[in-house]
Design a protein around this ligand. Structure first.
Ligand code: ATP
Ligand code: MG
Length: 260
């Protein structure tokens, strides 16, 4: 399979501490020489314990934060050398779904406006049709367009956030813990929606999660991240059946037994 994304020797150091412990000025070496490929059409899961650098990697790949060194190739081009215009074009094809559908949607905008905004920015045509088509793909209906985010449940809000990520017809989605704020049954519905959308729209996903039961269910391959470095990458079944790295074994041994 062809690579959609290739990450080469990627480093990210947070030099100013902008996090919770901002008094401490020690640099944080969040990513330390990442090499990773994401194949077209796959759902690559990125797993590892809290603080290992999962969100940092997702944010670097979408150019939401600066990187320290290395290369990120998207469709064969290094996005880190892109100018503003190229970056804008790249952003159209690579989108993020965030963990928290409460904070990721502007509470003052109606769903219609939330979905129209990206289309207007990119001067797309057939805005009305595109909004209706996307909202129904995500399991919501036209009446929902006039409502505000607070009028929806958590699961529905995540559907709206997914619709917003899809409205520009991207090829690539980074989903950073997209269901960890939801109840188990609602989470399962959203996971099934993502699987369905991948098939219908030929999407490629980087799926960030700490929940290995969900990862087992949704992903094609798994990349295990440990302290900013890739410990192991492999086909999902293989990783679960025959983990090679000690850290992967440790992660797998700590899965709570829940069947989705
Ligand atoms: N803006 C920031 N400034 C300074 N340090 C940061 C910043 N963001 C993240 N870090 C640090 O970088 C490291 C990786 O953080 P990151 O958020 O990527 O981890 P994660 O694997 O996504 O964790 P979690 O599972 O808790 O979401 C951590 O040590 C974190 O404290
Ligand atoms: Mg994170």
């Amino acid at each position: 399979m062809e690579n959609l994304v290739e990450i080469k020797n990627l480093y990210k150091t947070y030099s100013e501490n902008t996090g919770l412990f901002s008094a401490k000025k020690e640099p944080v070496h969040a990513l330390r020489g990442i090499n990773l490929e994401i194949k077209r059409g796959e759902i690559l899961a990125l797993v590892g314990e809290s603080g290992c650098g999962k969100s940092t990697l997702g944010n670097c790949i979408l150019k939401l934060i600066d990187t320290s060194s290395g290369e990120i190739l998207f469709k064969g081009e290094n996005i880190l050398t892109y100018n503003k215009k190229q970056t804008k074009a790249f952003r159209k094809s690579a989108q993020m779904i965030f963990q928290n559908p409460y904070s990721s949607l502007n509470p003052k905008m109606r769903i219609k406006e939330i979905l129209e905004e990206p289309l207007k920015i990119y001067r797309e045509k057939n805005i009305k049709e595109r909004v209706i088509e996307t909202i129904s793909l995500c399991g919501l209906n036209q009446n929902d367009l006039k409502k505000y985010p607070h009028q929806f449940s958590g699961g529905q809000r995540q559907r709206i956030a997914i619709a917003r990520a899809l409205i520009l017809k991207p090829d690539f989605i980074v989903a950073d813990e997209p269901v960890s704020a939801l109840d188990v049954s609602i989470a399962a519905q959203i996971i099934n929606l993502l699987i369905e959308l991948r098939e219908k729209l030929n999407l490629t996903f980087l799926f960030i999660s700490h929940d290995l039961n969900i990862v087992k269910y949704i992903s094609t391959r798994i990349a295990v991240l440990n302290k900013g470095m890739i410990a192991e990458v492999g086909i999902t079944e293989e990783i679960f059946k025959n983990p090679k790295d000690d850290y992967t074994k440790l992660l797998l041994s700590s899965i709570p037994k829940v069947n989705l």
